[in-house]
Design a protein around this ligand. Structure first.
Ligand SMILES: [Zn+2]
Length: 277
């Protein structure tokens, strides 16, 4: 992947009616953005035939695609039926996303449910290793990307993700810098952002910086609960210009998916800022 592409989490708000993915992809190209994340967050309701159309359209407009799996996934669920359903949802997302030509699936892996994090980690490792074996067997050409989560009750700290992705082949992190800031209550300066990128490179190799998947937005948070809600970048304390400088300075490549409420407005602002710094 050459350079850093910017795009929206979900189709742009300014997409023409009917507001579907095909029109959304065209709108991304019109706006001069480079990518978009298909939000299957309330379930995967796309047929194989529609996915093929999406793939054709994305190729035609040179828009790179990724997918976000349903929110209703908890790979640490204690009830077996919930655990099986969670895995099925992830596989179903991987199936449709790969037919769309998407490169990866971001997902919220788990809640600790009061279990000690050190017990949840090996469970995640075992389940994800199994899921990736199944994905390979079914010939889905897709990378699974557990997301860096914004609440201390959720599995997915920077350290957990870097360990997991270094130990499980086929897994790569989705680095959400807003969540990282909200979760830790820090990581909000140029030097801290550079340090995070250096940690990623040290743990996962240069390839990880050459193919990053980043989520970005402003964020509202408090020290106890972590993430409360997403904000537009200029209404939040997140030092996104410092982050963009660090990404540029470290030569990061891949995709930046903007998850601000104003979607394309911030995606364009982030892209312009990145080009200027
Ligand atoms: Zn997410």
């Amino acid at each position: 992947m050459a350079g850093l592409l910017f795009g929206t989490g979900g189709i742009p708000l300014s997409t023409a009616k009917p507001k579907n993915l095909l029109n959304g992809i065209r709108r991304i190209a019109e706006l001069g953005l480079g990518c978009t994340e298909m939000e299957f967050v309330y379930g995967v309701r796309m047929t194989e035939a529609d996915a093929a159309q999406v793939a054709t359209s994305a190729q035609k407009y040179h828009v790179k695609l990724t997918a976000h799996a349903p929110y209703y996934i908890n790979l640490n669920a204690h009830e077996n039926d919930k655990l099986v359903a969670s895995q099925e949802r992830l596989l179903q997302t991987a199936h449709i996303a790969s037919l769309c030509g998407a490169s990866s699936v971001a997902f919220h892996a788990a809640f600790y449910l009061l279990d000690p994090p050190e017990e949840v980690y090996p469970r995640m490792k075992k389940i994800l290793t199994g899921l990736l074996t199944e994905i390979k067997r079914r010939h889905y050409f897709i990378t699974l990307r557990p997301e860096l989560m914004g609440k201390p009750s959720q599995f997915g700290s920077l350290e957990e993700l870097l360990n997991l992705c270094s130990e499980v082949e086929g897994l790569a992190p989705c680095i959400d810098f807003a969540h990282l800031h909200a979760r830790a209550g820090k990581v909000n300066s140029y030097y801290e952002f550079v340090s995070v990128l250096k940690q990623i490179e040290k743990k996962l190799g240069r390839l990880a910086l050459d193919n990053m998947h980043i989520h970005l937005s402003g964020i509202k948070y408090n020290p106890k609960a972590g993430e409360l809600s997403h904000l537009n970048v200029r209404e939040s304390d997140l030092k996104y210009t410092d982050l963009l400088m660090a990404l540029k300075e470290q030569g990061a490549q891949g995709m930046v998916i903007c998850e601000s409420p104003n979607l394309e407005e911030d995606a364009l602002h982030l892209q312009e800022t990145f080009n200027k710094v």
